[in-house]
Write a protein that binds this ligand. Structure first.
Ligand SMILES: Cc1cc2nc3c(=O)[nH]c(=O)nc-3n(C[C@H](O)[C@H](O)[C@H](O)COP(=O)(O)O)c2cc1C
Ligand SMILES: [Fe+2]
Ligand SMILES: [Fe+2]
Length: 398
């Protein structure tokens, strides 16, 4: 896509990646993504905020050429992850007079990852400013959204915040700004769930820090820009809130149907009690959808048969992923079926040390579930319902 003017002398110069379907070899991208870079021309100096993923470096250069940019004074690396820093070497080569600005930790990582020469990088402190003449950039350190080194850049005169991944959405679109709020809400929630959720307490701190700033536009590094910043800031406030919702996630795998029968019974019984439930078959589930469901869930139930003395590998994979994502779950249980014996529950429990959730009594059936197993599931439903009532959890709104 060609450069897009945001304000006089402020341009989007990034790249849209329509066809990408997987991020970090882990995260599904149903709608592609974009790597947003921004050019700011001041009366004396010119700055480039972030770059693009390495394979797309030529698109960034083409955009800068189209705008006739023959010199850049500052290249601002808000974040060292290569989807934004990947074209820095090409930019520094094309613009030999440019100085790279980054936080001290970002500098170290850029040197390690991209072999950027140290002497080309100047570090900036929290709330430090640089002047472009008639325009001022302020650097706001926002660590751990989702790497330790990240900062946002605030263009004071235009009240535009460039927060890099913070508030981003993996969405390839020709819309410069959000047009379909529902679609962007979903994409941004998916992004939050997969990328930001493990750092919830840092997200809360950084959200509070940004309250000091008057912001007209949020220009993130993925997806469309927000000309209504309250929309995304309020959504983040809800997602990062400590209290879960009256919501249960049931993630399961079943080879021959016994565990599935237990899952279906449990889901129907919970729904009857007025609890919203999402059920995921882990052999076909989209990891992003599972992560999104966990943004709100108070309880997770993992369903697995015993296989080779432990949980099915698909259930183990899900447990490891959930442990890494650190959702605000309060309760976890395991249900499933076994043939002769094993240690599914013990092994699954050992895979989730990060979760501060209480483990509720598991329900394991020997072979196909019989009346006693359904009774045990009924008991689990009663426990979950009581705990959710005691927690006074709100219904899920989104
Ligand atoms: C490849 C394979 C390995 C298994 N390993 C064990 C095991 O180590 N211990 C056990 O108790 N059952 C084992 N089983 C039996 C299953 O746990 C049992 O059949 C269970 O009812 C299957 O549940 P499902 O119908 O939900 O797939 C194994 C089954 C298969 C197919
Ligand atoms: Fe990132
Ligand atoms: Fe990113």
């Amino acid at each position: 896509m060609k450069p897009r003017e945001i304000r006089d002398g402020v341009y989007w110069v990034g790249a849209v990646d329509w066809d990408r379907r997987l991020f970090d070899c882990l995260i599904p991208l149903p709608d592609g993504t974009s790597y947003n870079a921004y050019l700011i021309k001041g009366s004396n100096k010119t700055a480039l905020i972030d770059t693009v993923d390495t394979p797309m470096w030529q698109k960034l250069i083409d955009n800068l050429n189209q705008l006739g940019v023959d010199s850049i004074d500052y290249v601002i690396a808000n974040h060292a992850e290569p989807d934004h820093s990947g074209a820095i070497p090409q930019i520094l080569e094309k613009y030999p007079g440019a100085t790279l600005l980054a936080t001290p930790r970002c500098k170290d990582i850029l040197v390690d990852l991209l072999m950027v020469p140290k002497e080309r990088i100047s570090t900036v402190n929290d709330r430090e400013t640089v002047s472009l003449g008639d325009r001022t950039l302020e650097f706001i350190h926002i660590p751990w959204v989702h790497w330790p080194e990240t900062m946002g850049t605030y263009l004071r005169e235009e009240k535009i915040l460039f927060p890099c991944d913070f508030f981003g959405s993996h969405l390839a679109t020709t819309d410069l700004y959000v047009t379909d709020q529902g679609r962007v809400h979903e994409a941004a929630k998916r992004y939050y769930a997969e990328i930001m959720m493990p750092f919830r307490s840092n997200i809360q701190k950084n959200l509070a820090k940004l309250k000091d700033y008057a912001i007209d536009i949020i220009a993130p590094s993925h997806g469309p820009l927000y000309d209504n910043p309250d929309f995304i800031m309020e959504a983040y406030q809800h997602w990062a809130d400590d209290k879960p919702k009256n919501h249960v996630v049931v993630a399961y795998v079943s080879m021959y149907g016994s565990t599935r029968r237990m899952v279906e019974y449990l889901v129907a019984a919970l729904a009857e009690k007025g609890i919203s439930v999402e059920q995921f078959d882990l052999t076909v589930a989209d990891l992003g959808k599972l992560a999104m469901a966990l943004v709100d869930a108070a309880t997770l139930v993992i369903g697995t048969p015993t296989v080779l003395t432990g949980p099915h590998p698909a259930a183990a994979y899900a447990a490891i992923a959930v442990n890494a994502l650190r959702p605000k779950l309060r309760y976890i249980s395991v249900i499933g079926s076994y043939g002769w014996g094993g240690k599914s529950v013990e092994q699954l429990s050992s895979m989730i040390p990060n979760l501060k959730a209480e483990i509720l009594e598991p329900v394991l059936s020997k072979g196909a579930p019989l009346e006693a197993d359904f009774k045990a599931l009924e008991n689990l439903v009663t426990i979950i319902t009581t705990k959710h009532k005691e927690g006074d959890f709100d219904p899920v709104l989104s």
